[in-house]
Design a protein around this ligand. Structure first.
Ligand code: ZN
Length: 280
């Protein structure tokens, strides 16, 4: 199953075509994508045998985030072995969790405003919750996941790291546009192994990050088990599962994004493209 949001309406993506969910279901599901996630199991069983009617041509650049307004967005810090080493920080004993605020959600393709002169890239696999997860065992965690999509956890390092002693991860990573998601949500069954998804990031065509989610310190199952023991994970909630090595912060000296830079981020078969622009 593949879900996109185009013109504020949830769509099923099949091949090169998109099908309007509210239209095909005569209003049973959608048009708001959140309504589809809120009824995820029922939606899947309907979609299994539904006649979707005529499709329209799929264009990734028309997609908004496949989850336009998640109620909760979690970020995970230092969750790849090589990135933990480049950061110079000790390996975490439990997941390092921060929040990203919903006004930072943006489309997968578009412009990235450089609100400070220390904006960095972090390609990440994003997990979207399908059915509410509370006290979920890691072995059952994937059953609560609607799908995986590409994400960037764009980070203004100067804001993130100040003041010393009480870093502000949630603010430094929540400028408008700093959580692009999509273009398309891909359900876990479409991956040969959803715990081994390739991801990469290139700046102006030069690959700077390249890894697999298999290198994560805490797996998707462990993250969902950890978070759901503390609070309920709700349909449509998003977990950014951490970034592999190769961010600007790990360079000496760091080469942060400059106006005109082109950022290409790939997770599985989903590709994001952003062009960095100066703040007007
Ligand atoms: Zn991150």
């Amino acid at each position: 199953m593949r879900i996109a949001v185009i013109d504020s309406r949830a769509k099923i993506v099949r091949g090169d075509e998109v099908f309007d969910i509210a239209g095909a279901s005569a209003g049973l599901f959608g048009p708001d994508a959140q309504d589809v996630y809120d009824q995820w199991k029922g939606f899947l069983s309907w979609a299994d045998s539904a006649d979707l009617g005529p499709g329209a041509a799929f264009a990734p650049e028309e997609c908004d985030s496949p989850v336009p307004r998640p109620r909760q967005i979690f970020g995970i810090g230092l969750n790849y072995h090589a990135h933990q080493i480049e950061s110079g920080l000790p390996a975490p004993a439990t997941p390092l969790v921060f929040a990203k605020f919903v006004t930072s959600v943006a489309p997968a393709i578009g412009e990235l405003v450089l609100f400070t002169d220390q904006v960095d890239w972090e390609v990440e696999a994003a997990i979207v919750i399908g059915t509410e997860a509370r006290h979920v065992d890691k072995a059952n965690a994937w059953a609560h996941v609607a799908g995986v999509t590409a994400a960037q956890d764009y980070s203004a390092r100067d804001v993130q790291m100040r003041p010393v002693g009480t870093p502000q991860f949630s603010l430094g990573k929540s400028f408008p546009g700093y959580t692009p998601l999509g273009p398309v949500l891909v359900s876990p069954d479409e991956f040969e192994n959803p715990d081994d998804i390739q991801l990469s990031c290139a700046i102006n065509g030069r690959t700077v990050q390249s890894s697999s989610t298999a290198d994560m310190i805490f797996s998707v199952g462990e993250l969902i088990a950890y978070l759901s023991a503390i609070l309920p994970l709700l349909p449509g909630d998003v977990i950014l599962t951490g970034t592999p090595s190769g961010v600007a912060l790990g360079m000496n000296p760091p080469e942060y994004l400059r106006a005109g830079d082109q950022i290409t981020s790939v997770v599985g078969d989903q590709t994001q493209r952003h062009v960095a622009i100066a703040q007007s």
